[in-house]
Design a protein around this ligand. Sequence first.
Ligand SMILES: [Zn+2]
Length: 89
Amino acid sequence: MNKDCNKDHSAIQHIMKELPISQKGLERHKCAACAYEIGYEHGKKRQKILDIDDVLKGLDYSQAQQQRHKSAHAGYMKGYYDGLKDSYK
Ligand SMILES: [Zn+2]
């Protein structure tokens, strides 16, 4: 079951601020910051098979801080990109 996110996402508020707004389908009220962190891990591992719907379904809910109403899909992809970049360091 999805619960409310109670993680501390204060370190990535500047990233959350830049994400587009979306409340469509599976993204509705899901935590875009958790999505970013999952995407980051997948990118860092250079995971090549991605199931976005599965990620979105598994996310906890959030109405907090800058991630409020932001696109969890975009959060995931931004995290993936940042993780991928860091994997080359
Ligand atoms: Zn979260």
